[in-house]
Design a protein around this ligand. Structure first.
Ligand code: A2P
Length: 267
Protein backbone atom coordinates (compact mmCIF):
# COMPACT_ATOMS: atom_id res chain seq x y z
CA UNK A 1 0.00 0.00 0.00
CA UNK A 2 3.01 2.30 0.24
CA UNK A 3 4.47 4.09 -2.74
CA UNK A 4 7.93 4.00 -1.14
CA UNK A 5 10.14 1.49 -3.00
CA UNK A 6 11.24 -1.22 -0.56
CA UNK A 7 14.94 -0.81 -1.31
CA UNK A 8 14.74 2.83 -0.18
CA UNK A 9 13.45 1.88 3.27
CA UNK A 10 15.77 1.56 6.28
CA UNK A 11 16.55 -2.10 7.02
CA UNK A 12 14.28 -2.25 10.07
CA UNK A 13 11.29 -1.25 7.98
CA UNK A 14 11.70 -3.85 5.28
CA UNK A 15 8.93 -6.41 5.45
CA UNK A 16 6.32 -4.03 6.84
CA UNK A 17 3.43 -2.50 4.95
CA UNK A 18 2.13 1.03 5.52
CA UNK A 19 -1.63 1.33 5.91
CA UNK A 20 -3.62 4.53 5.85
CA UNK A 21 -6.01 5.12 8.77
CA UNK A 22 -9.60 5.61 7.56
CA UNK A 23 -11.46 6.23 10.85
CA UNK A 24 -10.84 6.60 14.58
CA UNK A 25 -13.45 6.26 17.38
CA UNK A 26 -12.74 7.03 21.02
CA UNK A 27 -15.10 4.94 23.14
CA UNK A 28 -13.92 5.82 26.66
CA UNK A 29 -10.86 7.50 28.13
CA UNK A 30 -9.35 3.99 28.26
CA UNK A 31 -10.35 2.54 24.86
CA UNK A 32 -10.54 3.45 21.18
CA UNK A 33 -10.89 1.71 17.84
CA UNK A 34 -9.66 2.55 14.38
CA UNK A 35 -9.91 1.26 10.85
CA UNK A 36 -7.28 1.27 8.12
CA UNK A 37 -6.78 0.12 4.56
CA UNK A 38 -6.31 -3.61 4.06
CA UNK A 39 -3.35 -4.74 1.97
CA UNK A 40 -4.72 -6.37 -1.16
CA UNK A 41 -2.70 -9.51 -0.59
CA UNK A 42 -3.53 -9.92 3.11
CA UNK A 43 -5.32 -13.15 3.94
CA UNK A 44 -6.41 -14.02 7.49
CA UNK A 45 -8.93 -16.09 9.38
CA UNK A 46 -11.50 -14.27 11.55
CA UNK A 47 -10.18 -14.23 15.14
CA UNK A 48 -6.48 -13.97 14.27
CA UNK A 49 -4.01 -11.27 15.36
CA UNK A 50 -1.26 -9.36 13.55
CA UNK A 51 1.76 -7.26 14.50
CA UNK A 52 0.90 -3.60 13.99
CA UNK A 53 2.27 -0.28 15.16
CA UNK A 54 4.06 2.90 14.25
CA UNK A 55 7.44 3.86 12.93
CA UNK A 56 9.81 5.04 15.63
CA UNK A 57 12.75 6.65 13.85
CA UNK A 58 14.06 3.96 11.52
CA UNK A 59 12.45 1.06 13.35
CA UNK A 60 8.89 -0.16 13.63
CA UNK A 61 7.37 -0.22 17.13
CA UNK A 62 5.03 -3.21 16.88
CA UNK A 63 2.60 -5.02 19.15
CA UNK A 64 0.24 -7.94 18.65
CA UNK A 65 -3.33 -6.79 17.94
CA UNK A 66 -6.37 -8.90 17.25
CA UNK A 67 -8.02 -8.01 13.98
CA UNK A 68 -11.55 -6.93 14.97
CA UNK A 69 -12.93 -6.85 11.43
CA UNK A 70 -14.15 -10.01 9.70
CA UNK A 71 -12.11 -11.73 6.99
CA UNK A 72 -14.47 -10.57 4.19
CA UNK A 73 -14.16 -6.85 5.00
CA UNK A 74 -12.00 -4.64 2.80
CA UNK A 75 -10.87 -2.56 5.76
CA UNK A 76 -9.02 -3.71 8.88
CA UNK A 77 -10.35 -2.74 12.30
CA UNK A 78 -8.51 -2.76 15.64
CA UNK A 79 -9.80 -2.12 19.18
CA UNK A 80 -7.21 -0.84 21.62
CA UNK A 81 -6.67 0.09 25.21
CA UNK A 82 -4.86 3.37 25.98
CA UNK A 83 -2.02 2.65 28.37
CA UNK A 84 -0.82 5.85 30.05
CA UNK A 85 2.89 5.05 29.71
CA UNK A 86 2.55 2.42 26.98
CA UNK A 87 5.33 2.89 24.39
CA UNK A 88 2.91 2.20 21.54
CA UNK A 89 -0.61 3.01 22.76
CA UNK A 90 0.38 6.36 24.25
CA UNK A 91 1.22 7.34 20.64
CA UNK A 92 -1.39 5.25 18.83
CA UNK A 93 -4.18 7.01 20.76
CA UNK A 94 -3.38 10.21 18.86
CA UNK A 95 -3.96 8.58 15.44
CA UNK A 96 -5.94 10.67 12.98
CA UNK A 97 -7.59 9.84 9.67
CA UNK A 98 -4.90 9.91 6.97
CA UNK A 99 -2.05 8.87 9.30
CA UNK A 100 -0.22 5.63 8.51
CA UNK A 101 0.28 2.61 10.70
CA UNK A 102 2.60 -0.28 9.87
CA UNK A 103 1.84 -3.98 9.82
CA UNK A 104 4.23 -6.91 9.65
CA UNK A 105 3.85 -10.45 8.40
CA UNK A 106 1.07 -12.90 8.43
CA UNK A 107 -1.80 -12.93 10.95
CA UNK A 108 -1.87 -15.99 13.24
CA UNK A 109 -3.83 -17.21 16.25
CA UNK A 110 -5.89 -19.87 17.98
CA UNK A 111 -9.30 -18.15 18.29
CA UNK A 112 -10.34 -19.65 14.97
CA UNK A 113 -12.87 -22.23 13.80
CA UNK A 114 -10.06 -24.55 12.69
CA UNK A 115 -9.05 -25.04 16.34
CA UNK A 116 -12.53 -26.17 17.47
CA UNK A 117 -14.38 -29.42 16.85
CA UNK A 118 -18.01 -29.18 15.68
CA UNK A 119 -20.67 -28.15 18.23
CA UNK A 120 -24.06 -26.51 18.62
CA UNK A 121 -23.40 -23.46 20.84
CA UNK A 122 -20.39 -21.23 20.33
CA UNK A 123 -19.62 -19.27 23.51
CA UNK A 124 -17.17 -16.37 23.35
CA UNK A 125 -15.95 -15.17 26.75
CA UNK A 126 -14.13 -11.83 26.92
CA UNK A 127 -13.07 -9.08 29.31
CA UNK A 128 -12.20 -5.52 28.27
CA UNK A 129 -10.48 -5.29 24.87
CA UNK A 130 -10.50 -9.10 24.74
CA UNK A 131 -13.72 -8.66 22.79
CA UNK A 132 -11.68 -7.64 19.70
CA UNK A 133 -11.12 -11.07 18.06
CA UNK A 134 -14.79 -11.90 18.67
CA UNK A 135 -15.88 -8.74 16.87
CA UNK A 136 -14.34 -10.51 13.89
CA UNK A 137 -15.75 -13.99 14.62
CA UNK A 138 -19.36 -12.83 15.13
CA UNK A 139 -19.35 -11.07 11.74
CA UNK A 140 -18.05 -14.13 9.91
CA UNK A 141 -20.71 -16.16 8.02
CA UNK A 142 -18.75 -19.37 8.78
CA UNK A 143 -19.67 -18.92 12.47
CA UNK A 144 -23.37 -19.29 11.66
CA UNK A 145 -22.82 -22.15 9.24
CA UNK A 146 -21.07 -24.06 12.02
CA UNK A 147 -23.22 -23.17 15.06
CA UNK A 148 -26.95 -22.90 15.90
CA UNK A 149 -26.33 -20.41 18.69
CA UNK A 150 -23.59 -17.84 19.35
CA UNK A 151 -23.23 -16.24 22.78
CA UNK A 152 -20.77 -13.39 23.25
CA UNK A 153 -20.01 -12.24 26.78
CA UNK A 154 -17.90 -9.29 27.84
CA UNK A 155 -17.13 -8.25 31.40
CA UNK A 156 -15.84 -4.73 31.95
CA UNK A 157 -15.22 -2.55 34.95
CA UNK A 158 -17.56 0.25 33.83
CA UNK A 159 -20.75 0.58 31.82
CA UNK A 160 -19.25 2.84 29.14
CA UNK A 161 -16.71 0.12 28.26
CA UNK A 162 -19.60 -2.01 26.99
CA UNK A 163 -20.42 0.57 24.30
CA UNK A 164 -18.08 -0.91 21.70
CA UNK A 165 -19.79 -4.32 21.98
CA UNK A 166 -23.28 -2.84 21.98
CA UNK A 167 -22.46 -0.79 18.91
CA UNK A 168 -21.04 -3.88 17.25
CA UNK A 169 -24.28 -5.80 17.83
CA UNK A 170 -26.49 -2.96 16.57
CA UNK A 171 -24.16 -2.61 13.56
CA UNK A 172 -24.84 -6.24 12.67
CA UNK A 173 -28.61 -5.63 12.87
CA UNK A 174 -28.28 -2.65 10.52
CA UNK A 175 -25.86 -4.31 8.09
CA UNK A 176 -26.75 -4.96 4.45
CA UNK A 177 -26.23 -8.75 4.40
CA UNK A 178 -25.41 -9.89 7.97
CA UNK A 179 -28.95 -9.97 9.44
CA UNK A 180 -29.95 -12.71 7.00
CA UNK A 181 -26.92 -14.80 7.98
CA UNK A 182 -26.99 -14.14 11.72
CA UNK A 183 -30.79 -14.40 12.13
CA UNK A 184 -31.58 -14.66 15.83
CA UNK A 185 -28.61 -16.88 16.63
CA UNK A 186 -26.45 -14.19 18.26
CA UNK A 187 -26.67 -12.98 21.87
CA UNK A 188 -24.55 -10.46 23.73
CA UNK A 189 -24.27 -10.51 27.51
CA UNK A 190 -22.34 -7.52 28.85
CA UNK A 191 -21.62 -7.33 32.57
CA UNK A 192 -19.89 -4.77 34.78
CA UNK A 193 -17.95 -5.27 37.99
CA UNK A 194 -17.19 -1.79 39.32
CA UNK A 195 -20.20 0.26 38.30
CA UNK A 196 -23.87 -0.64 38.78
CA UNK A 197 -25.64 -1.94 35.67
CA UNK A 198 -28.45 -4.34 34.78
CA UNK A 199 -26.05 -7.30 34.70
CA UNK A 200 -23.27 -7.35 37.23
CA UNK A 201 -20.34 -9.59 38.12
CA UNK A 202 -17.52 -11.54 36.51
CA UNK A 203 -18.69 -14.17 33.99
CA UNK A 204 -16.52 -16.71 35.84
CA UNK A 205 -18.78 -16.18 38.88
CA UNK A 206 -21.88 -16.47 36.66
CA UNK A 207 -20.57 -19.83 35.41
CA UNK A 208 -19.88 -21.10 38.90
CA UNK A 209 -23.13 -19.98 40.58
CA UNK A 210 -25.63 -20.88 37.84
CA UNK A 211 -26.37 -17.39 36.49
CA UNK A 212 -24.78 -18.32 33.15
CA UNK A 213 -26.98 -21.41 32.83
CA UNK A 214 -30.03 -19.39 33.77
CA UNK A 215 -29.28 -16.62 31.28
CA UNK A 216 -28.43 -18.93 28.36
CA UNK A 217 -30.68 -21.91 29.03
CA UNK A 218 -27.99 -24.48 29.91
CA UNK A 219 -24.72 -24.88 31.82
CA UNK A 220 -21.46 -25.45 29.91
CA UNK A 221 -21.72 -28.85 28.23
CA UNK A 222 -18.85 -30.49 26.31
CA UNK A 223 -21.40 -32.41 24.20
CA UNK A 224 -22.85 -29.23 22.68
CA UNK A 225 -20.67 -26.24 23.55
CA UNK A 226 -17.48 -24.87 22.02
CA UNK A 227 -15.71 -22.00 23.73
CA UNK A 228 -13.27 -19.23 22.84
CA UNK A 229 -11.72 -17.15 25.64
CA UNK A 230 -9.86 -13.84 25.42
CA UNK A 231 -8.76 -11.59 28.28
CA UNK A 232 -6.06 -11.08 30.92
CA UNK A 233 -3.83 -13.95 32.04
CA UNK A 234 -5.79 -14.36 35.29
CA UNK A 235 -9.07 -14.35 33.42
CA UNK A 236 -7.81 -17.02 30.99
CA UNK A 237 -6.61 -19.20 33.84
CA UNK A 238 -9.97 -19.04 35.63
CA UNK A 239 -12.06 -19.65 32.50
CA UNK A 240 -9.78 -22.49 31.41
CA UNK A 241 -10.25 -24.16 34.79
CA UNK A 242 -14.04 -23.86 34.48
CA UNK A 243 -13.95 -25.42 30.99
CA UNK A 244 -11.74 -28.26 32.19
CA UNK A 245 -13.97 -28.84 35.22
CA UNK A 246 -16.89 -29.12 32.77
CA UNK A 247 -14.95 -31.88 30.94
CA UNK A 248 -13.77 -29.84 27.96
CA UNK A 249 -10.43 -30.27 26.21
CA UNK A 250 -8.29 -27.40 24.98
CA UNK A 251 -7.84 -27.18 21.21
CA UNK A 252 -5.21 -25.79 18.87
CA UNK A 253 -4.75 -25.37 15.13
CA UNK A 254 -3.00 -28.76 14.91
CA UNK A 255 -5.34 -30.55 17.32
CA UNK A 256 -8.87 -29.06 17.43
CA UNK A 257 -10.71 -29.30 20.76
CA UNK A 258 -13.66 -27.98 22.78
CA UNK A 259 -12.17 -24.64 23.87
CA UNK A 260 -9.38 -22.26 22.83
CA UNK A 261 -7.72 -19.35 24.61
CA UNK A 262 -5.66 -16.31 23.70
CA UNK A 263 -4.28 -13.48 25.78
CA UNK A 264 -5.76 -10.06 25.10
CA UNK A 265 -2.69 -8.15 24.05
CA UNK A 266 -1.74 -5.08 26.05
CA UNK A 267 1.01 -2.52 25.64
P1 A2P B 1 -12.94 -6.96 38.50
O1 A2P B 1 -13.37 -5.53 38.44
O2 A2P B 1 -13.71 -7.76 39.52
O3 A2P B 1 -11.45 -7.11 38.67
P2 A2P B 1 -9.04 -5.52 33.87
O4 A2P B 1 -9.32 -4.12 33.35
O5 A2P B 1 -8.42 -5.57 35.22
O6 A2P B 1 -8.40 -6.42 32.87
O7 A2P B 1 -10.48 -6.16 34.09
C1 A2P B 1 -11.46 -6.14 33.12
C2 A2P B 1 -12.65 -6.88 33.64
O8 A2P B 1 -12.28 -8.26 33.81
C3 A2P B 1 -13.11 -6.39 34.99
O9 A2P B 1 -14.51 -6.33 35.00
C4 A2P B 1 -12.58 -7.43 35.93
O10 A2P B 1 -13.35 -7.62 37.10
C5 A2P B 1 -12.66 -8.69 35.10
N1 A2P B 1 -11.70 -9.70 35.55
C6 A2P B 1 -10.46 -9.50 36.05
N2 A2P B 1 -9.87 -10.65 36.37
C7 A2P B 1 -10.76 -11.62 36.08
C8 A2P B 1 -10.74 -13.05 36.23
N3 A2P B 1 -9.67 -13.69 36.73
N4 A2P B 1 -11.83 -13.73 35.82
C9 A2P B 1 -12.91 -13.09 35.34
N5 A2P B 1 -12.99 -11.76 35.19
C10 A2P B 1 -11.94 -11.03 35.57
Amino acid sequence: SSATPLEDLPRGLQGVVFLKVTSVTHWTDRTFSFTCERPETLRFRSGEFAMIGLVDGERPLLRAYSIASPAWDDELEFYSIKVEDGPLTSRLRHLKVGDEIVMRAKPVGTLVHDALTPGKRLILFSTGTGIAPFASVIRDPETYEKFDEVILTQTCREVAELDYGRHLISGIADHEFLPEIVGNKLRFIGTTTREPSQLMGRMTDWLRDGRFAEATGAPLDPATDRVMICGSLDMLKDHKQICEDAGMREGSNSAPGDFVIEKAFVD
